[in-house]
Design a protein around this ligand. Structure first.
Ligand code: SF4
Length: 467
């Protein structure tokens, strides 16, 4: 029997891991406290990481309606908060960066106010910025621009930095697209999911396939050439021919990037209830595996490079085999390379200053707390990144990529070769044709999943998890 790795989107794993609203472990406000007293190893590491380049995930928790499969931290009845929310988000980002620059940042301590910190030097270069959601394209560009301005005041935001927003077809006009370009957005990621209209309707999506194509064309007319389309396979009622029809249509419009995710039926969603009651039946795992393999074949023939388990970029001149292509999502590469990032906004997760930590989920409470100089990180759910976890993440995330894991990196960062840290594992996986060694562009030794290994990647990753 074939096993398929039905993956939800990466951002689901990274930013939307379920967290409750329990913030009782959080500390109080900063009033009367000297921010300099907060200095410690975290503050030093935060400065060092920011100096070598930082990425931002910015969560926009608003949607028009709730799709049946979605358990992201998003709300359909809070549109009235958008203005106040944009100010709060810009504040969280600016205060975080100012605290980093002043050498007083600690994930679990309250953020000092800008008045307490005063002028600070810029922290360092910005690598990437990603507005995710929710539906960021619902917001007026000027609202999103406030956060970009805040980043530019406190860090070096160069002209070439990838700035992505997630968008839903039907939420953008030519005017809005022009506004987005004006504030510096240079990449769009459209949630299309399928071109099958009845299926779109059954998922609770508010657009048709034709509207998705129109959205892409409109984006191109306003100068966006770096556009991703997201699709889901393994949907109830989907079969190989309808999946192929969706892929054929996607390829006919040649977006720069495609993300294809296997459906996961999440508890608490409408889809979960429909499946539990027997109203809908998800695609079986063999068919889902066939859909994945069909996509691999069709996209390769159409000139797309699969640079990650669920992601493909259109081949560009100068792309080097065994490296990530030019049109890869630079922001997601930061996650897969296990590099630090700062997540701001309700439910966003960070990996920064030696900690993983989420922001509280309730947007109303989030705004209130920022105004009151109270902490927004859920301290109870924060986790200091141990060496074991860091090692497992470095190996597992790198294996997801076609550029693979540079073996010397493991020795450099963890003091021992991979074979010593996981005796016999690589050999066993290699014998079973799940991973393959190869030489990188500089002749360095690397290892990555084979095509078969991608189908059963969770089986491979298990071997590198800490006990
Ligand atoms: S548009 Fe996206 S974030 Fe909003 S409900 Fe649908 S899947 Fe969830």
């Amino acid at each position: 029997m074939k096993l398929v790795d039905l993956k939800p989107s990466l951002r689901y794993h990274v930013h939307m891991v379920t967290s409750n609203l329990n913030t009782t472990g959080a500390t109080g406000g900063t009033n009367g406290q000297n921010p300099r007293q907060l200095q410690g190893p975290e503050s030093e590491l935060a400065q060092k990481q920011a100096a070598s380049g930082l990425s931002f995930y910015l969560h926009i928790p608003f949607c028009r309606t709730r799709c049946t499969y979605c358990d992201f931290n998003t709300y359909t009845n809070l549109g009235h908060l958008q203005g106040r929310y944009s100010i709060a988000l810009a504040q969280e980002v600016e205060r975080s960066l100012a605290a980093v620059a002043a050498g007083v940042y600690h994930p679990l301590k309250p953020l000092p106010t800008l008045a307490e910190l005063g002028q600070t030097p810029k922290t360092g270069p910005v690598k990437t910025i990603f507005f995710g959601g929710g539906t960021p394209s619902l917001l007026p560009p000027a609202f999103l621009g406030k956060t970009l301005e805040a980043i530019a005041r406190r860090a070096d935001l160069g002209p070439g930095v990838e700035i992505t927003i997630e968008a839903n077809p039907g939420t953008l006009s030519l005017e809005k697209l022009r506004g987005l370009r004006q504030i510096g957005v240079n990449r769009l990621s459209f949630g299309v999911q399928t071109f099958d209209d009845p299926l779109l309707k059954s998922l609770g999506r508010t657009h048709t396939g034709a509207e998705a194509v129109e959205a892409l064309e409109m984006a191109r007319r306003t100068g966006f050439d770096n556009v991703n389309l997201d699709f889901i396979y393994g949907l109830p009622g989907q079969n190989l021919p309808t999946w192929q029809a969706t892929l054929d249509r996607a390829l006919s419009i040649r977006p720069a990037h495609l993300s294809l995710y296997g459906l996961t039926v999440e508890e608490g969603t409408m889809l979960h209830r429909q499946v539990e009651s027997g109203k809908l039946t998800p695609t079986d795992s063999d068919t889902a595996a066939d859909m994945y393999e069909l996509a691999q074949d069709l996209l390769e023939k159409a000139g797309y490079i699969q640079y990650e388990i669920s992601n493909w970029a259109l081949r560009s001149p100068g792309d080097v085999p065994g490296t990530s292509p030019r049109l890869a999502c630079q922001h997601n590469l930061v996650y897969w390379r296990n590099e630090p990032y700062l997540g701001c906004g309700p439910g966003a997760h960070s990996s920064f200053a030696g900690w993983r930590y989420p922001v509280m989920k309730d947007p109303d409470e989030y705004i209130r707390r920022l105004h009151a100089n109270a902490p927004v990180v859920v301290a109870d759910e924060a986790e200091q990144i141990s060496r074991e976890v860091d090692l497992a993440d470095t190996v597992i995330l790198a294996l997801r990529l076609n550029e693979g894991l540079e073996l010397a990196r493991v020795e450099r960062e963890f003091g021992q070769p991979l074979e010593k840290l996981f005796p016999g594992t690589l050999e066993m996986l290699s014998e079973n044709e799940l991973v393959e060694p190869f030489k990188g562009p500089q002749g360095e030794d690397r290892v990555r999943l084979t095509r078969h290994g991608r189908l059963v990647s969770n089986e491979v990753f298990l071997r590198f998890l800490p006990d």
